[in-house]
Design a protein around this ligand. Structure first.
Ligand SMILES: Nc1ncnc2c1ncn2[C@@H]1O[C@H](COP(=O)(O)OP(=O)(O)O)[C@@H](O)[C@H]1O
Ligand SMILES: [Mg+2]
Length: 236
């Protein structure tokens, strides 16, 4: 069974027709990339999948259950990392567990047990502004993972990083996947990133977003991926 099914989603925002009949699936342990131009409605789709906004039409099915308009089921890392500036890294990471009803002590302990894997040991008592961009994104990713480890929505998590840090983070995410096997929906406007990280890629059109291509790129060699790169560039 699919982890997430997006079924015929339509959405108008302030009279702007944004999502035009979007249907896609995320299978267990897959990394599915949504690739599309800026402003086409990608983040809006994540807001709908996470339940933060309701679609005008269509359904969101998670593990076979209707989650349309319901929050709290998926880990969602929004485009702007929303670490609270006045809380330490550790408490930022622990926060969603507290929201879910765990004691602060319990939540801190659980968060601590992942610090090493997320490259944050020794920084747990720092404040977000004292961390590098890459570290802030890893903290935000850990917080997302702790909220819901099986399904993660990552909205352009590395877009604001410099090229070297971005590439390190991409390799780190690949490693993280092989260790924890989450199912990931990943938004990017970067074709190289889509081909590096995705098992499947959905290409979105400019506003209103429609799916104009779907590519299965899992396990392809570099030359094969280059062929897809050309195809995708032609589409966009
Ligand atoms: N809350 C909102 N109300 C009205 N328009 C919005 C809102 N959020 C986004 N938009 C507009 O909807 C379009 C899609 O936005 P968004 O989903 O953020 O695109 P993307 O993530 O692909 O860059 C954009 O033109 C944006 O200006
Ligand atoms: Mg966006």
């Amino acid at each position: 069974m699919s982890k997430v099914q997006v079924i015929e989603i339509c959405k108008t925002l302030d009279q702007l027709y944004t999502l035009d009949n979007i249907s896609l699936t995320l299978n267990p342990q897959e990394c599915v990339v949504i690739l599309g131009p800026s402003g086409c409605g990608k983040s809006t789709l994540f807001n709908i999948i996470s339940g933060l906004i309701k679609p005008d039409k269509g359904k969101i099915i998670i593990d076979g259950q209707d989650y349309t308009g319901k929050t709290g089921r998926v880990g969602y890392m929004q485009q702007k990392d929303l670490l609270l500036p006045f809380r330490t890294v550790l408490d930022n990471i622990a926060l969603p567990l507290v929201v879910k009803g765990e004691s602060l002590k319990q939540a801190r302990n659980k968060a601590k047990s992942y610090l090493s894997e997320f490259g944050l040991v020794g920084f747990e008592n720092y404040y977000p502004r004292q961390l590098s961009g890459g570290m802030r994104q890893r903290a935000a990713l850990l917080r997302t993972y702790l909220f819901a480890s099986d399904i993660m929505l990552l909205d352009e998590p590395f877009a604001a990083l410099d090229a070297i840090t971005r590439h390190k983070m991409q390799l780190w995410l690949i490693n993280l996947r092989s260790q924890y096997n989450p199912s990931i929906l990943f938004i990017t406007h970067d074709i190289e990133e889509a081909l590096l990280l995705g098992d499947r890629i959905y290409v979105f059109s400019p506003l209103p977003a429609r799916i104009i291509g779907e590519f299965n790129v899992k396990g392809l060699s570099e030359p094969e991926k280059n062929k897809y790169k050309k195809k995708i560039i032609e589409l966009l």
